[in-house]
Structure formats: C-alpha cells, structure tokens
Design a protein around this ligand. Structure first.
Ligand SMILES: *Cc1c(COP(=O)(O)O)cnc(C)c1O
Length: 354
C-alpha cells in the first residue's frame, strides 16, 4: 500500500521553549489515518493535516469503548538523527489488544513503516533538548454509526504526534505511591492486558483520590484477593529484595510493558537475577521490616524509570531507599535513556533510525 501525503498549507509555529513542553498538550502539523472496512481490509493510508475528525454522534467507539491505543517516542540524537525504540513491539502489542477487543489485525511491518513516514514528515517537530522527545500515539477506533452492542464493521487507525518535555526537569526524583485497597483496575479474564480505554476509565477515581491525598499514582492489587501486586498507574513495577529483582508475572490482568520487557532483558544480560512471580504487598512490607527491601521502581515509556520513595497502605507508610533513587533504578535509567538517545551503544539492536 502506498501512503499518500497531503501537506498542510498553514504550518504551526513550533514551541521555542522545549523545557516547558510538558506532556500531551500540543500536537504537530500532520497525522496518519488508515481506514478499515469488512471485506476490503485496511485501505487508503494517508498523512493529512492534523485536525478534528468528523464522526456521527452514533459512532460506536464513543458509546462502548471499542478502541485500543499505543504510546512510543521518537528521540533526537546529538548528531541530529531520529530514533524509534522497539516500534515493532508496540505494533505487535496493538495486535494483542486488537484481538481482545474484536478489532481486525494490522500489518506490523506496514504500520512501523507508517510510523516512520509520519515521523519523517514531522522531523522538525522532534525536540532536541536532553530528555525531550516526540511522543507518538497510535490508536484505533470503531467507526460504525450504530448503537447495537456488537463489534464494528469499520475502523480508523490514526497516529498523532505530540512534542514532549523532560519528564524530570529537576532530575530523577522518587514518587509517592498509594497502595489501592478499595478500587480494582482489572481482573483475569478481563481486558487488563490490553491497552484499551476501559482500563483507564476504571482507574480515574482511584487516581483522583490518591492525588487528593498527595500521592502521585496508585499501586494496584489483584482484583480477587487484594493481596498480590499488579502494577502502578501506567507503569509496571519492580522490587529489589535481598539482591533479587522481582516483578509481577504477566497473567492477564497486567499490561505487558515494553519498558518492563527491556528492563528484564537488560538486567539479565548484566548477570542479575530477575524473577517474574506473584509478589504480595505483605511480602514487600515484611521485607521492609526485615531490612531487605532495597528499592522499588516503576517502568513505562513516559518516565522510563520512576523510583518509588514511599508506599502508603491504609495509612501505614514505608520509606524506600531513604526516599532517594536506588542504584538499580539509576543504572537502568542511564542505560535505557542512553540507548534511546543514541548516546550508548545499542548492543541489543533495539533502536530504528527514521
Ligand atoms: C502503557 C502502559 C504501561 C507501560 O508500557 P510501556 O510499553 O513500557 O510504555 C504499563 N501499564 C499500563 C497500564 C500501561 O497502559
């Protein structure tokens, strides 16, 4: 399929202050769109000026949430090149989400090519200050104008781009995490492993209450026993106990993060033991009491590595690594951002040049 490109006649002014970009607030001049119709498949891939979508109020995705998304970043190297980090993993995961949401499969190679073509069109929008990037948001929506509860027969795959600032303008700082005991995010058999809107709709209330209590994000426990650790907000979570790196195993209710996967591969290549297993919140608190809880951190595309400085479980607070960034989190942050920005050798072959 040939991707057609229609350039805007009214290019926007690019932000001059890259440090104040924040996250997800401004968008570039163009977007990628591709349509799907039953019997015809995916067709008409195109790059067009960024702008509002014309949708009927009956559009299915607006009512029943048949939609999936992804999130990845394009990084500017010191030499001016642009790198994507494991984009094929995002497109493969999109297909896993598609399968769960009854959305047709996409062609991974073609969609990686589409991402690259869009980023190439928006080259000048990729910021170059340290820690900045161009955030890419691919997503698919069900577009049938129909109010029956049924998978749609038509879809749109869209990619928009948002220049994003440094996640930690004052350096990597530990976050305070609220251990959620009232609400649950997902259960086995549900849609927890898919990147789909429903998971985020289900999380808003807990997130709001955590913020009201001055916590950054919530740590989700399993939906059945409220005992085992799942993940943190929009990040997977790791604990270092007695030298062993432990992360909850993937069993259907947790989002399989690409940063998580990369952290596991990186640590194992460095000779560290990483265990994917069930870990209860009690085990973490017991390890803290025993003095063997060394550090904890979250992993995700947005912050890459986010050290956890405090946990609060029903008012019982514990401070981790003296509320400072631990050595494992710090080394991982440096290693991963080094590869992503082209500063460090990419021995795993994780980056792709645009
Ligand atoms: C996207 C996401 C993650 C992190 O995935 P990455 O591929 O590492 O960015 C973790 N948890 C949830 C709920 C997510 O939506």
């Amino acid at each position: 399929m040939e991707i057609t490109i229609r350039k805007t006649t009214a290019p926007r002014v690019k932000p001059s202050d890259e440090t104040g970009l924040g996250f997800g607030r401004s968008f570039t001049d163009h977007m990628f769109i591709m349509d799907y119709t039953d019997g015809k498949g995916w067709h008409d891939p195109r790059i067009v000026p960024y702008g509002p979508l014309a949708l009927e109020p009956s559009t299915m995705t607006l009512h029943y949430g048949q939609t999936v998304f992804e999130g990845l970043k394009a990084y500017r190297t010191k030499g001016g090149d642009i790198l994507l980090f494991r984009p094929e993993k995002n497109m493969e995961r999109l297909n896993v989400s598609n399968e769960r949401l009854c959305i047709p499969q996409i062609d991974v190679d073609f969609c990686v090519k589409a991402l690259k073509t869009l980023v190439d069109t928006e080259r000048d929008w990729v910021p170059s200050s340290e820690g900045t990037s161009l955030y890419l948001r691919p997503f698919i929506i069900a577009t049938d104008p129909f109010l029956g509860v049924h998978p749609s027969h038509t879809y749109q795959f869209i990619v928009i781009c948002s220049p994003s600032g440094q996640y930690y303008p004052e350096g990597v700082n530990p976050v305070k995490i609220w251990v959620e005991s009232k609400y649950v995010r997902a259960v086995k058999g549900g849609v927890g492993y898919s990147k789909t809107a429903a998971n985020y709709a289900a999380s808003l209330k807990a997130q709001q209450e955590a913020e009201d209590a001055k916590y950054t994000q919530v740590l989700w426990l399993d939906g059945v026993e409220r005992k085992y650790i799942e993940e943190v907000g929009t990040m997977n979570v790791f604990f270092v106990i007695n030298g062993e790196v432990i992360t909850p195993r993937l069993q259907g209710s947790i989002l399989p993060g690409i940063t998580r996967m990369s952290v596991i591969e990186l640590l194992r290549a460095q000779g560290r033991t990483v265990t994917e297993r069930a870990i209860s919140i009690q085990e973490v608190y017991d390890a803290h009491t025993a003095g063997t809880l060394e550090e904890a951190f979250g992993t995700g595309t947005a912050a890459v590595i986010s050290p956890i400085g405090e946990l609060n479980r029903d008012g019982e607070k514990i401070i981790l690594h003296g509320n400072t960034t631990g050595p494992v989190a710090r080394a991982l942050y440096n290693d991963l951002t080094g590869i992503q920005s082209g500063e460090a050798a990419d021995t795993f072959g994780w980056t792709q040049r645009v």
